[in-house]
Ligand binder design. Structure first.
Ligand code: IPM
Ligand code: MG
Length: 358
């Protein structure tokens, strides 16, 4: 029987609570399926590790997880450590060297969840945002001089390469083609940003020629926020830069009812490195340790992991179990207006995986 080796990196804040829940659910899904097993190695990297060792993960950290089949990540962020240190020291220190250039963020209004949009009941909002995950505004290029003096100057340079844009564009067109509507929206800001964003537009036209069966359109990012709110049913697959998609995906998560539900896959489509799966909600220190974090974002991320590992039946079963549980308000955590605890939701999903009546 195939055993998948999973590296679990809970990180900080509620990351530990939701990753523990995710590991339990993963074990239950494997047991129910019977066709594969999972072996989980846990790596306690993050803020506490930083306080002891002065870095977010060991120097050879990536070597320790390089041969795993997938990574389940919680969140990185600590109230005593600057956010750019935690981000660059752990999450980006894995994503970028492992060339997880395709960040995939599905958004859907799950059964039982209410969208803040009046006219949305479910089917009108079913999107996948593809975020460029290796360069652009997160390239880390820039500098700061004369710190503290009135002459201080700082730059953050967004860097785009033809190779980087082509591969994400091809990935997005391919994903759009795999979905029933075969519809892609390419988001840029090529009116104000007249170099790299214009290159995006040109590359979109070139790559589109390889996908004649995919219908596509272009939007400026500001207008896209409006379209997401006013005409959500006109959107299916979306591709955007690292920062634009970061912002759009928070809006998307809110429109789908809660940030606590939203999942992510950081994919290396060529499979030269393991891919990483994580909820998008972050460490949420305000509710840490209270046992009320919504684990659904992590469970849905686990569905994406199972799909990537090539276990579509197990992935489908888990997604069905998740939807069965969200449909029941007794299992809504406080972010959804309910009173359920992380363990209530976890137990309910595990029961549903085993086919019990929840
Ligand atoms: C996300 C998050 C991260 C990002 C934060 C935690 C740095 O907002 O995954 O969307 O900006 O990439
Ligand atoms: Mg974000």
């Amino acid at each position: 029987m195939k055993t998948y080796r999973i590296a679990a990196i809970p990180g900080d804040g509620i990351g530990t609570e939701v990753v523990d829940a995710g590991v339990e659910v993963l074990a239950a899904v494997a047991k129910r399926d019977g066709g594969f097993a999972v072996a989980v190695d846990r790596f306690d990297w993050g803020g506490a590790y930083y306080k002891k060792h002065g870095r977010m993960m060991p120097e050879n950290g990536r070597d320790l997880i390089r041969r795993h089949d997938a990574i389940l990540f919680g969140s990185a962020g600590h109230p005593d450590i600057p956010d750019h240190v935690t981000l660059w020291g752990l999450r980006l220190a894995i994503c970028q060297p492992f060339d997880q250039y395709a960040n995939v963020r599905p958004t859907r209004v799950l059964p039982g969840i209410t969208s803040p949009l009046r006219h949305v009941n479910g089917g009108e909002l079913d999107w996948v945002i593809v975020r460029e995950n290796s360069e652009g505004e997160y390239a880390g290029v820039g500098g700061r001089v004369h710190q503290g003096s009135p002459l201080e100057a700082a730059t953050d340079v967004a860097m785009f390469t033809r190779a980087g844009v082509e591969r994400i564009m091809r990935f997005a067109f391919g994903l759009a083609r795999s979905r029933p509507r075969k519809l892609l929206t390419v988001v840029t800001k090529s009116n104000a940003q007249r170099h790299a964003m214009v290159m995006w537009d040109e590359i979109a036209v070139q790559v589109a020629a390889e996908f004649p069966d995919v219908e596509w359109d272009k939007m400026l990012v500001d207008a896209m926020t409006m379209r997401m709110v006013i005409r959500p049913q006109t959107i299916d697959t979306v591709v955007a830069t690292n920062l634009h998609a970061d912002i759009l995906s928070d809006l998307a998560a809110a429109l789908a009812g809660s940030l606590g539900i939203a999942p992510t896959a950081n994919l290396n489509p060529e499979r030269a490195f393991p891919s990483m799966f994580e909820p998008i909600h972050g460490s949420a220190f305000d509710i840490m340790g209270k046992g009320i974090a919504n684990p659904i974002g992590t469970f849905w991320s686990t569905v994406m992991m199972l799909e990537h590992l090539g276990e579509p039946a197990a992935a489908g079963r888990l997604m069905q179990a998740i939807e069965k549980v969200t449909a029941d308000p007794r299992f809504h955590t406080p972010d959804l207006g309910g009173a359920a605890r992380t363990t209530d939701v976890t137990v309910a999903v595990i029961d549903a995986v085993h086919g019990a009546n929840v």
